[in-house]
Write a new protein. Structure first.
Length: 174
C-alpha cells in the first residue's frame, strides 16, 4: 500500500500543471507585429531531385522539373560484390571464408534456438516440427540478409591478409 501515499504526494504537483497561465493574446500580438516573424519562402536553386534531408525539412521543389537520374550508390551490395570480384582470387577466398564462418555459426545457433523455444531438438519425421523449423528458417534468412554488407566488408577487409598468407604462398611462380 505504498503507492497511495506516493500518489497523494504527487497529486498537488499534477494539479499545478492544469492552472491557467497568463493570457497568450499580448504575446501573439507582439510576435505578429515584429519583423522576425515574417515568412520568407526560398526556392531551391538546384535541379536535382530532393535528397533525404530536404524531404525531412519539407523543402519545396518545382513539380515541373524533370527528375534527375539517380546515381548508383557506391555502397550498394552489387557494387560491393563487384569489389570482391575485382580483388581477385584473394577476395573470392576471403568472401568464401566469411560465408562459411557465418553459416557455420548460424546453423547451430538456429538449432539451439529451436531447442530453447520448443524444449526439444527438431524431429525431422514430425510434421509439426518441420513447420516450426521452416518458419524459423524463413525468419532467420530474412534477418540474415541484413548481414550481407557486413560479410562483404569483412571479406574486403581481410583480402590483403589472405593475399599475403594464402594466395602468395600457394601461387605457382611462372
Amino acid at each position: 500500500m505504498l503507492s497511495r501515499p506516493v500518489l497523494l504526494l504527487a497529486l498537488p504537483a499534477l494539479a499545478t500543471c492544469f492552472q491557467a497561465g497568463a493570457s497568450l493574446a499580448p504575446r501573439r500580438a507582439a510576435v505578429a507585429s515584429s519583423s522576425l516573424a515574417a515568412m520568407v519562402q526560398k526556392e531551391k536553386e538546384t535541379t536535382s531531385a530532393p535528397n533525404f534531408l530536404d524531404r525531412m525539412r519539407g523543402v519545396v521543389v518545382k513539380t515541373d522539373a524533370k527528375p534527375v537520374a539517380k546515381e548508383d550508390d557506391p555502397e550498394d551490395s552489387k557494387n560491393m560484390m563487384q569489389k570482391v570480384k575485382d580483388a581477385g582470387v584473394a577476395g573470392i577466398i576471403s568472401y568464401i571464408f566469411w560465408e562459411w564462418a557465418f553459416w557455420g555459426v548460424s546453423v547451430p545457433v538456429a538449432i539451439f534456438g529451436f531447442n530453447a523455444a520448443t524444449g526439444h531438438f527438431p524431429d525431422f519425421s514430425n510434421q509439426d516440427d518441420l513447420g516450426k523449423l521452416g518458419a524459423e528458417a524463413f525468419a532467420f534468412v530474412n534477418v540474415a540478409r541484413f548481414a550481407v554488407p557486413l560479410r562483404i566488408g569483412l571479406a574486403l577487409g581481410t583480402t590483403p591478409w589472405v593475399q599475403s598468407n594464402i594466395v602468395d604462398k600457394f601461387q605457382k611462380d611462372n
